[in-house]
Design a protein around this ligand. Structure first.
Ligand code: C2E
Ligand code: CA
Ligand code: CA
Ligand code: CA
Length: 278
């Protein structure tokens, strides 16, 4: 008993030290990683459920680490959110996406609008929308090909500035999506005040047993509200045929999830777009 007790405590401590070490390592390496271009944009296609065509994509950051392999955001985004580095990283990914789109236009390759994730930290910055426009103009990408994803749970921090920046972005022609819809404190309140183009239904809603009326009603309810408010809806995290069928039956036109495609590298995504058009 004693041994086990101490052993358990000891490994807890080790786990904690490991976490702190991991955070420290991530912080020590982040500037170098940016300079060495280790951060990459992966693309997860979004599909029109009726036609099966790719109608857009979401850019998702990956860290192509020299010794630890391709790291997903869970390993570093929380650290970067805490220390503010996420602001630089988001702009870096946004520029990468713009360059890719510009290249596609230039070479007459197929292209679809791309959504980029932005930390709530940006929305405290009164110059955010102007900076987004400056970058898009500089890289010759029309705003209609760019979507800005905001997560509602963190919106509340700078509410007035968030509304101001969102309105500016939309006036400039960018579309704005409310990410992880339904998981925050006051999704409905947010929708009432914040003028967005798109709501992304969080995957936790589609992951429930949809044969249960109660669960199904959450999705059909959101669909009805979106219709009234004239918003586009996309459902994320679609993993099964059953889920896809349910969404089709209930008027969700746009989907994203492992059932259709995982996030893929830029090269693979470009190939998918070429097949998509032919
Ligand atoms: P998110 O914005 O909600 O992105 C969707 C996440 O769900 C992605 O995880 C995606 O790979 C995953 N996903 C997509 N389809 C499925 C599915 O069918 N099943 C399951 N289980 N998961 C699915 P990922 O790429 O690991 O990103 C995690 C989070 O990291 C994102 O959640 C977003 O909040 C954040 N993130 C990613 N890239 C960026 C970025 O460039 N900037 C910022 N600020 N945050 C980012
Ligand atoms: Ca997102
Ligand atoms: Ca999401
Ligand atoms: Ca999320």
């Amino acid at each position: 008993g004693h041994f086990k007790f101490y052993y358990a405590n000891d490994s807890d401590l080790q786990a904690m030290q490991y976490t702190q070490e991991h955070e420290q390592q991530v912080e020590d390496e982040m500037y170098g990683a940016l300079a060495r271009r280790e951060f990459e944009a992966y693309y997860q296609p979004k599909y029109n459920i009726e036609t099966g065509e790719i109608m857009g994509a979401e850019a998702l950051v990956r860290w192509n680490h020299p010794t630890r392999g391709v790291l997903s955001p869970a390993h570093f985004i929380p650290v970067f959110e805490a220390n503010g580095f996420v602001v630089q990283l988001d702009f870096y990914i946004f520029k990468k996406v713009c360059r890719t789109l510009a290249g596609q236009f230039k070479n007459n390759e197929p292209a679809v609008p791309v959504a980029v994730n932005f930390s709530s930290r940006h929305f405290a910055n009164p110059g955010f929308a102007d900076e987004i426009r400056r970058i898009a103009e500089l890289l010759s990408v029309p705003p209609s090909f760019l979507e800005i994803e905001i997560t509602e749970t963190v919106l509340m921090e700078n509410w007035d500035e968030t509304i101001t920046q969102t309105c500016k972005l939309r006036e400039m022609g960018f579309s704005v999506a409310l990410d992880d819809f339904g998981t925050g404190y006051s999704s409905m309140g947010v929708l009432q005040e914040l003028p967005v183009d798109v709501i992304k239904i969080d995957r936790s809603f589609i992951n429930r047993d949809l044969s249960e009326h109660r669960n199904a009603m959450f999705i059909t309810g959101i669909v009805n509200i979106a219709r009234v408010l004239n918003l586009r809806i996309i459902c994320e995290g679609v993993e099964t045929r059953e889920q896809a069928d349910f969404l089709k039956k209930n008027g969700v036109l746009f989907v994203q999830g492992y059932y259709y495609s995982r996030p893929v590298s830029e090269a693979v995504f470009k190939e998918m777009l070429i097949k998509n058009k032919s």
